[in-house]
Design a protein around this ligand. Structure first.
Ligand SMILES: [Fe+2]
Ligand SMILES: [Fe+2]
Length: 234
């Protein structure tokens, strides 16, 4: 099985293939992780936000579109996908922990370092094992169709960590609509807070905090936990 890292766009099924799209995002993530490593602690949050906006919709679309297909077409699909769902779950938990820590929290360096390790581990598992296995199991036309479906879901998916919802359908798909609306509103508010150094800032910060609380409450809704494999939490 040849890793995606060693294949050309042509080998991966062309520019529309889900494999090419996956690899492009993984390359972007690698660049952002290098940027993070070179950033002083005071500037890390800005890079982290860009990482979150890349990885959460990316992973959500994997869980909703790709892993159900792998479970159908590969005899060991359930074990393979459980492994990456556990990595995604740990990323959700680590990011939630990081967001509650101050810059001088003594646990922050270890939490951040673990986050980087799990993100890299997830990319390697996908590029070296899961996605080459998918490549052998389906036709190039199916890889293109999956690429379109994955991209469509990625564009409307939640953009933040949600450790309480299921990593599998139907829970994750059901939760996507309210969580995506809330996340994208929070992204806009947080962007406005960064731009606004004047009087509007406290009101924007209050609105952002209210949306954060609302998002946690939405995550608790029992139907959004449906479909979860009990071993997803490490
Ligand atoms: Fe991926
Ligand atoms: Fe992933």
């Amino acid at each position: 099985m040849t890793s995606l890292a060693e294949q050309s766009v042509h080998d991966l099924g062309g520019p529309m293939s889900v494999l090419t799209r996956q690899k492009q995002d993984h390359v972007k993530l690698d660049r952002l992780l290098s940027e993070l490593a070179a950033s002083a602690p005071a500037h890390q949050d800005r890079v982290l936000r860009r990482i979150y906006r890349l990885v959460f919709p990316h992973a959500f679309a994997e869980e909703a579109v790709l892993w159900p297909v792998l479970r159908r077409v590969l005899p060991d699909g359930p074990e393979l996908t459980l492994q990456v769902e556990r990595e995604h779950q740990e990323v959700n938990e680590l990011v939630t922990a990081l967001e509650s820590m101050s810059l001088d929290d003594p646990d922050r360096p270890a939490t951040l370092s673990r986050l980087v390790d799990v993100l890299r581990e997830d990319v390697r598992d996908e590029e070296d094992e899961l996605l080459p296995r998918l490549q052998h199991a389906v036709s190039p036309a199916q890889l293109t169709r999956l690429g379109l479906a994955w991209e469509a879901v990625r564009r409307v998916a939640p953009t933040r960590a949600h450790p309480l919802v299921a990593r599998r359908p139907p829970g994750n798909s059901l939760s996507a609509v309210p969580l995506s609306v809330i996340d994208r509103l929070r992204d806009r508010l947080d962007g406005a807070i960064q731009q606004d150094s004047g009087r509007g800032r406290p009101a924007l910060a209050t609105a952002s905090r209210l949306l954060t609380t609302l998002s946690h409450e939405v995550e608790e809704f029992p139907p959004f936990k449906r479909g979860e494999h009990p071993a997803t939490h490490r």
